[in-house]
Ligand binder design. Structure first.
Ligand code: ZN
Ligand code: ZN
Length: 619
């Protein structure tokens, strides 16, 4: 219930205009009430607005102001209630905001929009949909400010059909050419993977302003369509639209995802030529790009030369060292960060723990994890990702039971990442019994995620339990679980070349397989024999070898050897974890050809040089 006139009686509490300035000098509202009570005062709309502004930091203050409005009869003024409602939305008291709204007489679209925005900002997409439905039901005409949040909420609800229906409403109300509405629709279609619709909306825009390009490039970069983001960036520059620092950040992020250093450097050159503001956000995005391209020295040099460094810069650099297997440097940098009194956050600790994981530093891992648990800072309390990291650390280093007990003692519900880390460790250490048990917990949470079925299947295959492999395969088919298609990519001549496992359609396929044949011949003379346990199915030896020999990373390395200039390293990005056999192959290939091969797999970087890998075979 709303506080009607809880402690202010109209009979003795009527405000007069001449006393108003004194209200603003009170430190609390209750002080204002106390002092003013008994006096005969009148208050204006303007005075209430000022009172609201000076006391809008807590919902209780706003409720007291609402009481004043009710007492003085000003509550009938929708404009004052709207101001209160806006403040309540900002503070997140949506139930009180909703009660205020329900008591208003014929609220204007602006008020509906305020409520919709409030629900959206407070992460209540179902409520956004409900308010919009109500608005539609009683024929309140939406305006251009209604749709951006309603469209955003369709993405949150993961309902494409709702989004399409909303798009139809946008057309019905003739708002399809309003830039902010159209931009949100484009972003929505990208998030649903409907790139054709997004591109159509951009192309059919009368005036493509910078904001629309930025929104779309960023949406592509952040939703797994990095190549498309770069294509669009190119299209924008060719179309003589000057990018700004927001565009450059998205373009760097796309390069980071694809691991394309050459293109990233060109983009940086363009940004400098255009005189674009290189602020700390741009520098951090460039730093992240170097890190994710495996150019850790370039990253460090940029880090040292940055004018401004914030917690993101430190965390990126620490995480970068961890990913690239330089755990000692990651932990040293964390100490420097503490010496410089830069406050770490949960992302920094993710880098620190992952440095421990990649080097098998169990004791140090526990130290940092316990530090997080004991901290009274909310921003560094362990989250699911940190628990997953600890399980990975314990599991990989062979402490499987400790990892299992750690999961069982978690104060938060373990998620897929946590169980998945343990299943991965069971596969590495061939612990089939625990692996089966872990898989049961995992499939309870997500019965249809193909990658976990593949992990389980790999574990059985490594143990030679082919009937279990077949069982998993049938289960996957029944559940409709899809395997992720394995691929590797190499950047060459400003283009990304993608190679799939067993790829025969690539224009250079004949040359690639010929190169591989030569390499295998050389390797076998050095004692290499294919690790056929990496092959999933129970097929004969010859077929197993053929499957192994055409893994995408091997094809990508052969492509790199044929095309990338000898003085440059061959940079390969693999979408899954590299298998044992490809790891051995890559080490030998680096030795035979005297080339540096830098490979980023799903978990980390492998720098292959002179027959060795930076991970020391621990990954
Ligand atoms: Zn492989
Ligand atoms: Zn390695």
């Amino acid at each position: 219930m709303l506080p009607k006139t809880q402690f202010y009686k109209p009979s003795f509490f009527t405000l007069h205009l001449q006393f108003i300035p004194s209200i603003f000098h009170f430190s609390t509202l209750s002080q204002a009430h106390e002092t003013l009570s008994g006096q005969s005062l009148t208050i204006t709309k303007q005075a209430f607005t000022s009172l609201l502004h000076s006391h809008s930091s807590h919902p209780n203050h706003l409720k007291q102001i609402h009481s004043l409005l009710l007492t003085t009869g000003l509550s009938v003024k929708n404009s004052l209630i709207t101001q209160l409602l806006t403040s309540l939305c900002v503070l997140g008291d949506m139930s009180y905001a909703r009660q205020l709204f329900d008591e208003m007489h014929k609220p204007r679209p602006f008020v509906w929009n305020t409520l919709i925005k409030g629900y959206f900002k407070n992460e209540l997409p179902n409520e956004v949909a409900s308010v919009y439905r109500q608005m539609h039901h009683i024929d309140v005409r939406p305006d251009p400010f209604t749709f951006p949040f309603v469209v955003k909420c369709c993405t949150e609800l993961s309902e494409l059909w709702v989004g399409v229906a909303i798009h139809a409403h946008v057309l019905k109300y003739g708002l399809e050419f309003i830039a902010m509405v159209r931009t949100e629709l484009m972003v929505m279609y990208v998030k649903f993977g409907e790139m054709g619709s997004a591109d159509y909306l951009l192309e059919s825009m009368v005036e493509k302003d910078l904001v629309a390009w930025n929104a779309l490039i960023s949406a592509y970069a952040q939703n797994g369509h990095a190549s498309r983001a770069l294509q669009l960036f190119h299209q924008m520059v060719v179309g003589e639209i000057r990018p700004d620092s927001v565009t450059i950040v998205s373009a760097f992020s796309a390069c980071a995802h694809l691991g394309c250093l050459e293109i990233g450097e060109e983009i940086y050159g363009l940004a400098r030529k255009e005189g674009i503001d290189i602020n700390v956000i741009v520098d951090n995005a460039r730093l992240d790009m170097y890190v994710k391209c495996g150019s850790i020295d370039m990253a460090r040099s940029l880090f040292e030369n940055m004018h401004n460094r914030n917690v993101i810069s430190w965390s990126t650099m620490i995480g970068g060292y961890a990913m690239n297997g330089e755990s000692k440097k990651a932990l040293e940098l964390f100490s420097s960060m503490q010496n410089e009194r830069v406050q770490p956050n949960y992302v920094t600790f993710l880098g620190v723990l992952s440095a421990c994981t990649h080097a098998g530093l169990v004791k140090e891992g526990w130290y940092y994890f316990n530090y997080m648990v004991q901290s009274n800072k909310k921003d560094i309390k362990p989250r699911k990702e940190h628990y997953a990291c600890m399980v990975d650390l314990l599991g990989r280093s062979g402490h499987l039971n400790e990892a299992y007990n750690f999961i069982k003692s978690m104060p938060i519900e373990p998620d897929l990442g946590v169980w998945g880390a343990l299943l991965g460790a069971c596969t590495i250490h061939h612990n089939v019994a625990l692996g089966q048990h872990v898989a049961d917990s995992l499939f309870e949470l997500a019965p249809d995620i193909g990658s976990y079925h593949v992990l389980l299947s790999n574990m059985y295959a490594a143990a030679g339990r082919w009937h279990c492999v077949e069982k998993v395969r049938l289960k996957m088919k029944k559940k409709g679980a899809k395997k992720v298609v394995a691929y590797s990519s190499v950047e060459f001549n400003g283009q990304i070349h993608v190679l799939y496992s067993g790829d025969r359609l690539h224009p250079q396929a004949t040359r690639i397989y010929k190169k591989l044949e030569q390499l295998f011949k050389h390797m076998k003379s050095m004692g290499y024999s294919p690790k056929t346990s990496s092959v999933l199915h129970d097929v004969d030896m010859e077929e197993k070898e053929a499957t192994l020999n055409s893994h995408s990373e091997k094809l990508a390395i052969a492509f790199g050897l044929l095309n990338v200039r000898p003085e440059l390293p061959i940079r390969v990005i693999k979408n899954l974890r590299i298998c044992d056999d490809c790891h051995t192959f890559s080490k030998l290939a680096s030795e035979i050809t005297m080339r540096e091969i830098i490979m980023r797999d799903k978990n980390r970087f492998h720098h292959f040089k002179d027959g060795f890998c930076s991970c020391n075979d621990f990954w």
